[in-house]
Design a protein around this ligand. Structure first.
Ligand SMILES: *Cc1c(COP(=O)(O)O)cnc(C)c1O
Length: 342
């Protein structure tokens, strides 16, 4: 395969270090991993392999198509499908995964098909997916592995967090189950009271910092890098890029990078993003295009055609400058990158 002129460098040691920090933060709880959306775009198969080797045993995807794409799983690992079973999914029974049953219809469907080990999502207030506490009687006789709920506001200090935790505790006695689970990444930051038996972080594994408690502990995992296609000098007053939104205030050296919004470096970074080369910050100038970004390289006389620069993609910082959520910064990362685990 021809190596494309942009790549996503992925730090496997940082991924594992983040998982270990999250696991420790959960006290005695097991620490799983949400790998839906292709491991938040990093590559679910690679993420599962690395975390399984580090001791992670519980993985979560959204759909059966995502589950099928992960087969065969490393040995000793279990996979849960968060969106449960539609009738179209019942053909997927040869996929080695459990559904997370969310609705009375899904419970009925699973029972009619013979039951078997499953997980169950209880809605304790997010009003998204999940069985109402009033409906848990429908679960009688089912073999529930993980009984779970999902926090709506864990990235904020709000009374809803404790209320949801108490609601889960209130029903756990009426549903026989092996393990109880509530916390996503932000929930893990809330401390061991929220961890129960199993946590389900996603974002923080991949370098996202959902709450202050994680700052300084969670490491960046995904590093987009791009090659310089052309270097040029523009004169004071010249405009750069679509709609001439940037005009050179003085003679300026610029470089054009092979990366753009089709790769996930979205237009919200126009004028606020930056590239990094040998510790120097090189500001984006003008509009971000589909496949190209211009940067100011006046401070980097050594850089020329064919050289590589990093895009500053520290998630909390990039989110603050662009206004894009850390989750979206990850899931926006496109398919054209060569993904290189180091
Ligand atoms: C996506 C998801 C998670 C992981 O959430 P993060 O905020 O990325 O840590 C956990 N549980 C459920 C049910 C999810 O859908």
């Amino acid at each position: 395969m021809l190596a494309p002129p942009h790549r996503l460098r992925l730090d496997g040691a940082a991924l594992v270090a983040n998982w270990r920090w999250l696991k420790a933060r959960g006290g005695g709880a097991a620490c799983g991993a949400a790998v839906k959306a292709d491991g938040y775009s990093l590559g679910a198969r690679e993420v599962v392999a690395r975390l399984a080797a580090a001791g992670c045993r519980d993985f979560f995807v959204a759909t059966w198509a995502e589950a099928a794409a992960l087969m065969p799983l490393p040995s000793g690992v279990s996979l849960s499908v968060l969106h449960g079973v539609r009738s179209e999914d019942m053909a997927a029974k040869n996929v080695n995964a459990r559904p997370v049953l969310n609705s009375p219809e899904q419970v009925r469907r699973w029972r009619d098909a013979g039951g078997g080990p499953c997980d169950v999502m209880i809605d304790t207030g997010i009003n998204r997916l999940g069985l109402s506490p009033a409906d848990v009687g429908l679960l009688d006789g089912l073999s529930v592995e993980t009984l779970m709920s999902h926090l709506a506001c864990a990235d904020e200090d709000r009374p809803e967090n404790a209320a949801q935790s108490h609601a889960l505790i209130a029903i756990e006695g009426s549903v026989p189950h092996q393990r109880l689970s509530l916390a996503n990444s932000a929930g893990v930051c809330l401390g061991p009271d929220y961890a129960f038996d199993l946590t389900r972080p996603g974002l923080a594994l991949y370098g996202g910092v959902p709450r202050g408690e994680a700052a300084g502990h969670i490491r960046q995992v995904a590093f987009p890098e791009a090659q310089i296609l052309q270097r040029r000098r523009v004169q004071a007053g010249d405009a750069v890029g679509y709609n001439a939104t940037w005009q050179a205030p003085r003679d300026t050296e610029i470089a054009i990078l092979n990366i753009g919004y089709a790769d996930g470096i979205l237009r919200a970074f126009s004028g606020v993003g930056q590239a990094l080369a040998n510790g120097r910050a090189l500001p984006f100038i003008g509009r971000v295009s589909m496949d190209l970004i211009a940067i100011d390289v006046t401070a980097a006389p050594d850089l020329g055609e064919g050289d590589w620069v990093a895009i500053d993609y520290d998630l909390p910082r990039a989110s603050a400058t662009s206004g894009i959520a850390q989750y979206e910064l990850l899931t926006a990362l496109g398919d054209r990158f060569e993904r290189i685990w180091v």
